[in-house]
Ligand binder design. Structure first.
Ligand SMILES: Nc1ncnc2c1ncn2[C@@H]1O[C@H](COP(=O)(O)OP(=O)(O)OP(=O)(O)O)[C@@H](O)[C@H]1O
Length: 282
């Protein structure tokens, strides 16, 4: 179980200054970016929870705080009751995290990448290898198991990185935009794998993932948290969110709940919200 309670995070970003490229010594202003202002997420075990928001809403920053990459300025995060801020090592051991950068070792095969990570998690080599075989079956990656990661396609890299994140059989699985760059078949395979992992047969895992793709949330998530401009603005199941918004289409409900001041206004940044397609995809 993952509990994220009222977290916030701001960054100080440097602007290029007015002269930018041309004035070498132009003064550089500093700009405070409120990446996350107030996000709360309760993700239960045996349940897939989706963080749904437009580009720049604060999803990745929230998941990075969950993964202990940096501390929130305020708020609290616990994983199975362990506070990430003070019991980081124990909390991290209970999570399998698939971030936006997959960072595989190109000279190692998929199997070796998985085993290496298992060893880092304190597993015996035989145990990690047995797990690599099991995960290769689950994620349909037998054909690439003994190929070097160098030259892997986006989908092959994602599967290997996911297997690596799951090698120690964590109770909690955290995925940042996992279907980014995947084709339809790979997306379906991933969906099936996640459904299995959250079922009793798959260990009733707590799964939390971020996305800007509504279709994905509608198909996969029992629980959805809408994130808009650094805040969690609504949560519930898809039918509950539809009812809350008084809409019959999830797209309309999302816009109404995420941008309440301008539910149907032309300046609502619908372009930055994927309505069923993939970010960056045609
Ligand atoms: N290290 C940083 N320095 C400055 N600003 C940052 C930093 N990290 C994130 N931000 C800003 O915080 C805001 C939220 O970013 P974040 O990556 O969390 O959004 P997101 O919801 O994951 O977006 P996307 O779907 O586009 O990946 C953005 O405006 C981003 O530019």
């Amino acid at each position: 179980m993952i509990q994220i309670e009222h977290v916030s995070k701001q960054f100080v970003a440097r602007s290029a200054g007015l002269g930018g490229l041309f004035k070498r010594h132009a003064p550089r202003a500093k700009q405070v970016v409120h990446a996350v202002s107030d996000v709360s997420v309760h993700a239960a075990s045996g349940c897939i929870t989706g963080l749904l928001g437009a580009n720049g809403a604060g999803k990745t920053t929230t998941l990075r705080m969950l993964g202990g990459l940096f501390q929130p300025d305020a708020g609290r995060i616990t994983v199975d009751g362990l506070a990430v801020a003070t019991q980081g090592r124990e909390a991290l051991a209970r999570m399998g995290i698939l971030g936006d950068a997959h960072g595989l070792y190109p000279r190692l095969s998929a199997r070796e990448n998985i085993i290496y990570f298992g060893r880092l998690q304190g597993m015996e080599a035989d145990q990690a290898n047995a797990r690599a075989i099991e995960l290769a079956r689950l994620l349909d990656m037998n054909a690439i198991l003994d190929r070097r990661a160098e030259g892997f396609s986006q989908g092959e890299r994602m599967k290997t990185a996911l297997a690596r994140a799951l090698v120690h059989d964590p109770a909690n699985i955290v995925l940042d935009e996992p279907t980014n760059g995947l084709d339809v078949l790979a997306t379906r395979a991933l969906r099936e794998a996640l459904r299995h992992l959250r079922s009793p047969a798959g260990g009733s895992k707590t799964i939390i993932f971020s996305t800007h793709i509504m279709q994905e949330v509608e198909q996969l998530c029992e629980h959805v948290v809408l994130v808009s401009q650094g805040r969690s603005v609504a949560e519930g199941s898809v039918p509950e969110l539809l009812e809350l918004a008084g809409e019959s289409r999830f797209e309309d409900a999302f816009v109404k709940l995420a941008y309440p001041a301008s539910p149907a206004s032309p300046h609502t940044p619908v372009d930055s919200i994927a309505l069923g397609g993939h970010k960056g995809a045609a």
